[in-house]
Each structure stands twice: as structure tokens, then as C-alpha cells.
Design a protein around this ligand. Sequence first.
Ligand SMILES: [Zn+2]
Ligand SMILES: [Zn+2]
Length: 143
Amino acid sequence: MSNEDFQPFLRFKETPRTTRISQGDEWDVDIRRANKGKRNLLHTPPKNKGWLGNPHRITEEEDTKWDICLHCNEKHTRQEAVRLYEELLRAKLRFDSEFMVEFEKLYGKTLKCDCSRKQLCHGDAIIKILEEREKQSERGSPS
Ligand SMILES: [Zn+2]
Ligand SMILES: [Zn+2]
């Protein structure tokens, strides 16, 4: 067997994990809301500024500027806001095939948000779902 036979496997092994960062400029995709929050997962075509932003704002934190989530008129802890985002994202992936195609391209990319690495972030929901889908495709879908 020649070395070439192993190359696709090696290339796969070297695929970087999807990660997120809060500082510096070495990133691929900005996952923050845009246009004062009006552009977010629900109101933005794929790849436009804000398309992965969380419509649910975190309100229950000391340094937050927001009293209430403008999307649902309720207050959210960080955990709630991320959980609600995960639900929205799963629903969107089921019903929006154009979005799904662009979403899957995020695998292995570095995502940019303002949350620190230690804070739970909607980027963690993105990474979780990407990794789930990657595992499913490795197993191969039954036809
Ligand atoms: Zn909300
Ligand atoms: Zn974040």
C-alpha cells in the first residue's frame, strides 16, 4: 500500500475542531447579532452580518445593558438564552435547507463572539450541534 492511500484519512484526522474566541482577530465567522440586535438567526439570510446571532438576550447578569429580551419580552439568564438559541437552531436546521447548507460549512471554523471562553455562549450550542451532525455523518446515514 502506498502512502497516498492514507492521505484522505490523514486529512480527515487533521480537520480542526470548531472553536470560538472572544479576543484577537484570528477568526473565521462572526456569530454576534448585528444592527443593534435586529439582525439575528431569525431575521438574517445565511452569511449576512448577524445571521448566527442569538435573538434571545441575556438580561440577568450584572454587566448587561438589557432589561428584557426584546424577542420574547422576558428576562433570561445566560443558560436560558443559550438553551433557547439551541432550540431555535435545531428547528431552523429542520426547516431551512439553505441555512443548513451554510451552517454545515462552519465545521472546523473559529467562531467570534464577545463572551469570554469561560462563559457559556450560544457559540457552544453551535459547536455542540455541528459535532453531533459530524458524528452522524461519520456513521453514515441509513438509506
Ligand atoms: Zn427571549
Ligand atoms: Zn457569546
